[in-house]
Design a protein around this ligand. Sequence first.
Ligand code: ZN
Ligand code: ZN
Length: 896
Amino acid sequence: MSEEGYDHAAVERRWQEAWDDADAYRTSDDVEDPTYVLGMYPYPSGKLHMGHVRNYTITDAYARFRRMQGDDVLHPMGWDAFGLPAENAAKERDTNPRDWTLDCIDTMKGQMESMGFGYDWDREVTTCEPEYYQWNQWLFRRFHEEGLAERRDADVNWCPSCETVLADEQVEGDDELCWRCDTPVEQRELDQWFLSITDYADELVDYIDELEGWPDSVRQMQRNWIGRQHGTRLTFEVDGYGDVEAFTTRADTVYGATFFALAPDHPISEDLIESDEDVHQFVHEEADPDGDEPNGVRTDLTATNPVTGEELPVFVADFVLSDVGTGALMGVPAHDQRDHDFASKMGLPIEPVVAPEPEAEDADADENAEPSPPDVSEAAWPEDGVLVNSGEYTGLDSETARERITADVDGAEEATQYRLRDWGISRQRYWGTPIPIIHCDDCGPVLVPEEDLPVELPEFINTTGNPLDAAEEWKQTTCPDCGADATRETDTMDTFVDSSWYFLRYVSPGRDDVPFDLDRANDWMPVDQYVGGIEHAVMHLLYSRFVTKTLADFEGLEEREPFTNLLAQGMVQLEGQKMSKSKGNVVSPQRIVEEYGADTARLFMMQAAQPERDFDWSEEGVRSTYHFLTRLKNLVEEFDAEAESSGSESDGDDAVAGYVADEIDATVAIAREEYDDLTFNVALREAQDLVGTLRQYREFTDGEPDPDTFQRGLEAAVRLLAPVTPHLAEELHGELGNEGLVVDADWPSVDVDRETAEKRRQLVENTREDVRQIIDVAGIEEPERIDVVVTPEWKYDALEIAIESEADNLISELMQESHIREQGDAAAAYGQDLQAEREALSHTLEPDAEYDALQSAAWLIEREFDAPVRVVRADEVEESVANKAEPGRPAIEIEE
Ligand SMILES: [Zn+2]
Ligand SMILES: [Zn+2]
């Protein structure tokens, strides 16, 4: 490093030890309702990456900020410790998933401590420990008892060579090959456990409206995922098979149906596979539900349109999904693009039956004119409109037609359909929570009794198949119901079960009799601020909402939603690219901490962008952040030395001290609001600007600033930075003569509100800009004197009246005030200005406050233009000069 930096390693170690000794981040069980700040717990994959560092710096900074506001804070951390990567890593390294996982946790915990994250480690949870996962098993039992866990057939990936089930992640490439042996993977049906999240679909979608503290994008993704659609169920008669139900949201287009389509696994299709060679060929060889193009095969069957009586050809088609709706649909190519694509490919008729509403003037010309059908030769017209070619429904608008048809037609009824499916939790893997089920030949699947929980994982066996299946001794057991020989379920749970309730475990992690202390959970939940990646927008966040609702229904939890506010943080990129090991463009947090310290890494990240945004890592940015911290440290230390050496009151300019005091107030007020909104970047810019102002102030006073003001400024800067750079803040907090830790310190207090502070700044900024312009336009080389004239009172009063007034004639209202009327022509002219800009008027500082603010800032103008500056009240100058001034815009007189 070229420039000398401070000894960050020593500083950071010192304060990490001090926090440890003081138990600084412990949340006592007695606190009533702490502010619950939570980062999504990590998967222990080896080392922390920059995404983790950003995620956890956000929660840490916010947690520290809330403490400084006087809140009790709950800020825990744990480990999402189950999952397939640990199994793979164990196999590669010839160890076992448990040892590997615990090693990773050890490393990552050390890294978190070196980052200075203030967690209550007494509440740590590790999901691969039986003390945790027994409660997943308990939860499964409760679901089962309430009828929300169901066992049914489902497709799984099967490798015929390894003779094992594969997770989706283990199926590689477009050819869908086994990740171990490159054999093409087949689909098999196996019995799997499902949790009935669809029972909660309506509540899950309805409550999204209430989640006002969540990003709109996440709310919309959840709505789409649940995919609730209101429509009509129509019954089509298929020859030989009787009534077949089809769901549509567009019953108004029923006259335009030109074909009928069945999902490949619809019972009729499955029957046809046996007898129809073409259907057999299509379903087994050609169907590709994930493909871009709709494919299908024509059968010999026809379906009768229940409204028109028309006979429609029946297809088996891969774009019809059996698990969405009924697995059958009517095809309306004129009004649905996918149906249009299919009809074009198959040469089926395309018949428009809904037309755009006629324009108003056309309707005047001929009220009985039929609207002209849209051109659907190239593409479907999917909008609502007016029905054409639709028998007795012709002329109705789409919505009315849907209602009528649903009411009129035999077998038709209103229906709601969801895209959401039940949550399949069975995984044919070792490193997860064993599903607490015993299979008995006589009794079927039987729940493991609560007193026998946890069902612990057996030793890991390195095998190509499922290690649980190979653990013979573990597998053999007796039936809890009849005592006969029986075998254990060898599937484990989806790890999203673990994370669907872990936030409740932090409330009472030591309880070995219940998953969570209900009273405390009711006091402490919901999580006030949750922070994590957008990739969890649907599954984790939806499952957590679902499980919370079931616990509310069955266990007396009072909250039905787990997370009040959610922040989805953006990515840390390198040259516009996502960092990834495979691309080799990874910046290691460890190296940054060693070279520059954790505080630098944290500050750089938090100031680089708003937390939701992606931003580019910049080594130069890191270095300049480091230099900023070094300079701040020097500023504090030198001040300390000065205080000792002079020890006397500085006779610096009072006005300058006043300006600096105003700036301190403004900074504190603004930073408080910005921290509260988690816009750390804005808060930190304020804090850094304050440090810049203090440094200038010291220069301006030749190293002798007013000690009280300067001390207050440094104190404020240190506290404002403390949530983000906690180690250096502790160091400087002590340096400034404070007792105790800065983590326990109060946020600096101010009398001014943000609005006033910003008006003051704006006034000074505008005034300086005006002076610059005048000097520039008038070509003044060396100004002799600059007068800044504050607005006369009457103009300020007129402005206030204009803002409040609802009168049409503003001028006559102003003239009712005698002190304004007395101003004659000047009042009339100003009144007209106000009238003209009435919509855009805003409150300004009162003339006295304007005078004070400008007086405090005069030194800045003096410095910039190298001329004495006089701030003058309106009544001290001639009327003609005074009347040039306006509220928020002083008049400026420059003498050459
Ligand atoms: Zn294989
Ligand atoms: Zn039995």
